[in-house]
Design a binder for this molecule. Structure first.
Ligand SMILES: Cc1cc2nc3c(=O)[nH]c(=O)nc-3n(C[C@H](O)[C@H](O)[C@H](O)COP(=O)(O)O)c2cc1C
Length: 167
């Protein structure tokens, strides 16, 4: 049986990434091919398929915001990850509130307890996705302790379980 890479490398943190086109029209989409890259300065990276509106937006405006949703926001996240911004205004459709960012053009999402404003520093094609590396230029932390939403593959998700610590 052939497994998808998402069925072998899991769970992964789910984030909502906001972008905008050059006219300022914002979009939000779900991403779980996402990782932190550097502590200081803070860098993050994610992989985006080129057919996404998110990708076109990043080509036009090289800025994005990483918004971290809570597990309770699963329904909203699914809307953002199953509909393209080419078809609908997902902020309205999912009931998410855009808030102006401080350093970048795309908005932040009020409902997400952590919002990281980023400038796209590098983009490169790898297979069927493009890797985007971003530098965090402003951070908003309403709460640092919350239940994250973890992705398996497709429609399947996890909630985080027990916390473990090395003694
Ligand atoms: C939980 C979840 C995680 C996802 N992760 C990714 C990802 O890492 N990369 C990607 O290109 N698409 C990913 N997607 C799919 C996009 O979110 C989806 O295609 C979305 O409709 C793109 O919206 P856009 O066209 O407005 O950018 C994911 C979807 C879900 C539900």
């Amino acid at each position: 049986m052939a497994y998808r890479i998402s069925q072998l490398l899991y769970p992964r943190l789910t984030v909502l990434i906001t972008t905008c086109d050059r006219s300022g029209r914002p979009d939000v989409a779900a991403f779980s091919f996402f990782t932190p890259v550097s502590f200081e300065p803070k860098y993050v990276a994610f992989a985006v398929a080129p057919q996404r509106l998110t990708f076109s937006n990043l080509r036009e405006v090289g800025e994005f915001v990483v918004n971290v949703p809570t597990a309770e926001m699963l329904g909203k996240v699914w809307v953002c990850g199953s509909v393209s911004g080419r078809e609908a205004d997902k902020f309205k459709l999912a009931g998410l509130t855009p808030v102006p960012s401080v350093r970048v053009k795309p908005p932040r999402i009020r409902e997400c307890p952590v919002q990281l404003e980023c400038t796209a520093e590098w983009m490169g094609e790898f297979g069927d996705h493009w890797l985007v590396v971003g530098r965090v230029v402003a951070e908003h932390v309403e709460r640092a302790e919350f239940e994250p939403l973890l992705h398996y593959s497709g429609k399947r998700f996890f909630k985080a379980g027990e916390r473990l610590e090395v003694s």
